[in-house]
Design a protein around this ligand. Structure first.
Ligand code: TGC
Ligand code: FAD
Length: 387
């Protein structure tokens, strides 16, 4: 349905420039995503040419300067873009998140001038698809214990190990991979599709994010020339900084999914009659709808404020964790309540709710689980690590 909830006039806080960006992306989703997304998700297929389409509307690396092919926008704009994309489907926002925050951001922030000039323009246009390899089979919430190794070999290095649960792995042209060197330092490595020893088996039969491809990144003694290492970082600060950017975007994105569910549920409740009255007339249904719009509004204010802080370079990782955790959980609860309002109709593909709900089950796990973000807040306020 993709219309607006603006109960507390957050649009006034955003202002004209961001509303124009919002409307551009909203139109893009209406034309390019909504007509086929249900069928694509049902059949476990991606939208053809998605990355190039996202590139054509400036949705890839919007915060990267135009000199490197980006749109030269700020973090508020990035948030607004993510919100509109995820109103279409979390898989679409995921594609843009990974390319922007997890691939372009580290190359822009930690890469050499040569790397920036070589890779960023083709990532911004969507000609190349990027992936981000941090999670491993034995290390999900605790990536600092990663086993993937980078060992010196002549002028370059050898990369061995495996990453799993990687968005767009099966279709990536390059991957930014995090690996420990012989001194135990964490390095960012650019792996290209053509590198001998690189394979990307797909993880099939997901019940979630079915319009997005997920897989493994396997490194079988790949030779890595030294100019493929990101020179400006050699610790966990590298990958975790990327996560700050992506988690911020997710805090906005899921509001789009929640609004889509809420609008559909409201409309249905007004039209569906039982016991002689629209079900919207019953207090039990009004409670659900009123609580949904309240929680969406709180999430909007949280993300807007986080956007202001992020643009000022004052947003802390802990604030970002709080917003990601709160807003994803909010969206999942809204999706679950909306589905109930539609009764049996809530489970069919003609309505987007079940698709959003299943997607959000991944979103609440990736980019740090619901539990991990709570522990980050707990550690921040008590000074004691609960991990
Ligand atoms: P810790 O000892 O606390 O810190 C290690 C170093 O990192 C620094 N640091 C950060 N830097 C920037 N941003 C942050 N958020 C940071 N958090 C920590 C820290 O200052 C330290 O730096 P230095 O220079 O002193 O070495 O780290 P830890 O090992 O205890 O781990 C902390 C923890 C658990 C919070 C972290 O590992 C974590 O966030 N775990 C969750 C893992 C996760 O989120 N994985 C996401 C994988 S990517 C993904 O899911 C993509 S889905 C994409 C899609 O499809 O949309
Ligand atoms: P685990 O870490 O094994 O956690 C299992 C459970 O234990 C969770 O409930 C967790 O909260 C809990 N737990 C863990 N530690 C603690 C603790 N100390 N205290 C209390 N509870 C704890 N990763 C990438 O690197 N790149 C990607 O592009 C990417 N894309 C993804 C796409 C999808 C669709 C999915 C589902 C995942 C993706 N991931 C990606 C991986 C994702 O980041 C991890 O799944 C996530 O970090 C959790 O790791 P895990 O699944 O190994 O769970």
């Amino acid at each position: 349905m993709n219309s607006t909830v603006d109960y507390f006039k957050v649009e006034d806080l955003l202002g004209e420039e961001y509303l124009l960006i919002r409307d551009t992306i909203r139109d893009f989703v209406r034309v390019e995503i909504l007509p086929t997304i249900d069928q694509k998700a049902q059949h476990h297929e991606e939208i053809p040419g998605l990355m190039k389409k996202l590139g054509s509307v400036g949705a890839l690396g919007p915060f990267v300067p135009s000199a490197y092919g980006g749109a030269g926008l700020d973090y508020m704009a990035y948030g607004v873009i993510m919100q509109e994309l995820e109103a279409g489907d979390s898989a679409i926002r995921s594609a843009a998140s990974v390319q922007s925050s997890l691939v372009m951001y580290p190359i822009y922030t930690f890469g050499s001038e040569t790397q920036k000039n070589k890779y960023l323009p083709m990532l911004a246009s969507g000609d190349w698809v990027g992936a981000f390899g941090l999670t491993e089979p034995n290390h999900g919430s605790d990536p600092s214990s990663m086993e993937t190794r980078l060992v010196k070999d002549g002028e370059g290095y050898r990369l061995n190990g495996a990453k799993t649960w990687i968005t767009n792995a099966p279709i990536c042209d390059l991957a930014v991979v995090w690996a420990k060197d012989e001194d135990g330092k964490v390095n960012g490595v650019i792996v290209e599709r053509a590198d001998a020893g690189f394979s990307t088996p797909e993880i099939k039969d997901k019940w979630s994010l079915r319009a997005s491809r997920t897989g493994e990144l396997v490194f079988d003694n790949i030779y890595i020339p030294s100019d493929r290492l990101l020179p400006e970082v050699s610790s966990m600060r590298g990958p975790l900084s990327c996560l700050n950017s992506a988690r911020y975007g997710i805090s906005w994105g899921v509001i789009g999914a929640a609004i889509d569910c809420y609008q559909v549920a409201l409309q249905y409740a007004l039209e569906r009659t039982q016991f002689g009255k629209p079900i919207a007339a019953y207090q039990l249904q009004q409670k659900k709808l009123a609580e949904m719009v309240t929680e969406i509004t709180k999430a909007q204010l949280l993300s807007w404020r986080l956007g202001v802080l992020k643009n000022d370079n004052r947003a802390t990782p802990q604030q970002i964790s709080m917003a990601k955790r709160n807003n994803v959980n909010m969206a999942l609860q809204v999706a679950r309540e909306s589905r109930q309002i539609l009764g049996a109709m809530g489970i069919v593909g003609g309505y987007p709710i079940m698709r959003h709900m299943m997607n959000l089950e991944s979103v609440i796990t990736y980019e740090g689980t619901h539990d991990v973000h709570l522990l980050i807040t707990g550690q921040d306020i008590t000074g004691i690590s609960g991990f």
